[in-house]
Design a protein around this ligand. Structure first.
Ligand SMILES: Cc1ncc(COP(=O)(O)O)c(C=O)c1O
Length: 467
C-alpha cells in the first residue's frame, strides 16, 4: 500500500490530508487487511479498479442499504457495488428465490424453463430486443455483441467513443480515459491502449469518435464506412460521472448506422434498467440494433446478456461446419446458469416494478435537489446531474459533455469530497470521480436526507478549499 499523504499545502491538499487522517483513525483493520491481502493477491484486490489510496474500505457484510466494514463502521451505501444493486443489498425476495434455487441445482448446462423466465422481461423492456443470449459479465456481453456485429456485417472495425469504458477485454481498453498528452488532437484522437499485454494490432480495428459529437462519427463513416461493423456507445456516459446525450446525438447515430448499414450497439451495462425499465433506449427514445447488459439486471448476482434484432441474433452459430462455426460463436459453461437466471427473473419481474421505479426516481430527485440547495447555500462551484436512479456532483465551472471536458475535473478535490463523505458515514458513489450514485428500491426518504445532511456538514470545508 502507498503512503499517500500529500505533502504540499494547497487548500485542497490540506483538506484531503485531513480527511485521509480521519479515515486512517477510523479504519485500522482495513489498513491491516490491505497489507495482508497484498501478500496473496496483487495490490490486495481482485479488480484493478478497486485499488485506491491510501487503502480501500474492506467489507465485512452488507444488508439493505448499509455496508459494514471490518472496523465496525456503518455506511449508508449509494455505491451499491458499482451500481449493480438497484434492488439494494440482500433483498429478501431475491435471497429467498436464489436459496431455493441452490437446493434445486446450481448448474444445469441444459435448456430449462428459467431461460424464458429471465429472457422474457428483457424482451418486453427493450423494443430492440427480440432475442437474447446470457453471459456472465458486461465484458462478455460487449465482446460477444461486437463479434456478432462483425459476423453479421462481414466487417471488422468498431467505432467507439474516446474515454468510454466497455469492459476489460483487449479492444475495450483502447482509449478508455487515455492520458490527454498521449491522446492526440480532439478532432483526430490517437488510440491509446490502457494495458500492457494488448497486442499492437488491436487498436487498428478501433475508430474513435467523440461522445456528443455526431459529426465526428460521420467523418469516420465517410472515410471507413465499408469497414465499420458497429457503432458502440453508452446511451449516457456513466464512466464520466453522468454525461447525457445532447443535441440529438443518439438520434443522429441511429440515422448514420442505417445510412452506412452498420450495427448500432448500446452498451447498457450501467444504464440498463437503471435510467428507466428499458434502460437508456427507453429513457432517450432511441432504439439500437443490439443491446449489451449486465450489472443491475441480476440484482447483484454475476450475469450479463446481449440481445437485439432477430435477423442479427440469427447469426449466432448453431453448429460447426468442418470445425468452423457457421456464424458468431458464443460459448460459456456458466452462460445462463440457473442461479443467475433465477436472479434476473425475480429482479425484473417481481422487484423492479413500476412502483419501484416511481420510488427511486422520486428519491433521486430529492437527493439531487438536496445537493443543489447545499451548493447554493455554500456558494460552491459545483453542478448536479440526475437521470432515473442515477446522479452525480461535479465540482466544475462548466458542464462536462465529452471526454476532453474531463480535464476540468479536479480529481484531488473530488477525492476530498469522497473521503469527507465516507468519514461522515455515507459512501456517495463508487470510489473515483468518474462514478455516480445509485438510489436503490430499499433507500428511504430519511436516508436521502441523511446523505444530504452529511454533504451539508462537509460543504463548508469544500467551499473554503475552493476559495
Ligand atoms: C459501461 C460498461 N460496460 C462494460 C462494463 C464491464 O462490465 P463487467 O465489469 O461486468 O465486465 C462496465 C463495467 O463497469 C461498464 O461500466
Amino acid at each position: 500500500m502507498n503512503d499517500s499523504t500529500p505533502i504540499d499545502g494547497t487548500p485542497t491538499v490540506k483538506l484531503l490530508s485531513k480527511e485521509y487522517e480521519r479515515y486512517r483513525e477510523r479504519t485500522p483493520n482495513s489498513e491491516a487487511m490491505a497489507d495482508d491481502l497484498s501478500e496473496v493477491v496483487p495490490a490486495g484486490v481482485c479488480s484493478t479498479f478497486r485499488a485506491y489510496d491510501p487503502y480501500p474500505v474492506h467489507a465485512d457484510r452488507t444488508e439493505g442499504t448499509t455496508l459494514y466494514d471490518v472496523d465496525g463502521n456503518e455506511y449508508l451505501d449509494f455505491a451499491l457495488n458499482n451500481g449493480t444493486q438497484l434492488v439494494g443489498h440482500t433483498h429478501p425476495e431475491l435471497s429467498e428465490g436464489v436459496i431455493d434455487q441452490i437446493d434445486r441445482g446450481t448448474l444445469y448446462t441444459r435448456p430449462n424453463e428459467l431461460i424464458e423466465f429471465a429472457a422474457r422481461p428483457l424482451i418486453d423492456r427493450w423494443d430492440a430486443i427480440e432475442q437474447v443470449r446470457f453471459t456472465n459479465s458486461g465484458t462478455e456481453s460487449i465482446m460477444h455483441a461486437t463479434r456478432l456485429a462483425r459476423a453479421y456485417t462481414g466487417r471488422e472495425k468498431i467505432i467507439r467513443m474516446e474515454g468510454a469504458y466497455h469492459g476489460a477485454h483487449d479492444p475495450a481498453l483502447v482509449s478508455k480515459m487515455p492520458p490527454i498528452e498521449r491522446a492526440g488532437p480532439e478532432t483526430d484522437p490517437r488510440p491509446v491502449s490502457e494495458s500492457q499485454g494488448i497486442p499492437d494490432s488491436v487498436p487498428d480495428d478501433v475508430l474513435l469518435g467523440t461522445y456528443n459529437d455526431a459529426a465526428s462519427v460521420e467523418r469516420l463513416l465517410r472515410e471507413h464506412g465499408r469497414e465499420v461493423a458497429a457503432i458502440l456507445v453508452e446511451p449516457a456516459c456513466l464512466n464520466l460521472g453522468l454525461v447525457e446525450p445532447t443535441g440529438g446525438f443518439l438520434e443522429r447515430l441511429r440515422e448514420l448506422a442505417d445510412e452506412y448499414n452498420t450495427v448500432l450497439i448500446f452498451d447498457e451495462v450501467k444504464t440498463g434498467v437503471k435510467l428507466a425499465p428499458g434502460g437508456g433506449a427507453e429513457y432517450y427514445g432511441v432504439q439500437p440494433d443490439l443491446v449489451a447488459l449486465a450489472k443491475a439486471i441480476g440484482g447483484g448476482y454475476p450475469v450479463g446478456a446481449f440481445g437485439g434484432r432477430r435477423d442479427i441474433m440469427d447469426h449466432i452459430a448453431a453448429d460447426l461446419d468442418d470445425g468452423v462455426a457457421t456464424g458468431a460463436a458464443h460459448y460459456g459453461t456458466y452462460n445462463g446458469n440457473p442461479l443467475a437466471l433465477r436472479a434476473v427473473g425475480i429482479t425484473l419481474r417481481e422487484i423492479l416494478t413500476a412502483d419501484a421505479y416511481d420510488h427511486v426516481t422520486e428519491l433521486a430527485e430529492r437527493l439531487a435537489g438536496g445537493y443543489r440547495d447545499v451548493i447554493e447555500d455554500e456558494d460552491l462551484e459545483a453542478r448536479v446531474a440526475s437521470a432515473g436512479s442515477q446522479g452525480m456532483v461535479y465540482f466544475t465551472e462548466e458542464p462536462i459533455r465529452t471526454f476532453r471536458d474531463w480535464t476540468a475535473v479536479d480529481e484531488e478535490f473530488h477525492e476530498a469530497y469522497w473521503f469527507g463523505m465516507l468519514n461522515r458515514g455515507v459512501i456517495p458513489h463508487p470510489h473515483d470521480a468518474s462514478q455516480q450514485w445509485t438510489i436503490s428500491v430499499q433507500h428511504s426518504a430519511e436516508e436521502i436526507d441523511d446523505h444530504v445532511a452529511a454533504f451539508a456538514d462537509l460543504a463548508t470545508d469544500l467551499a473554503a478549499a475552493q476559495r
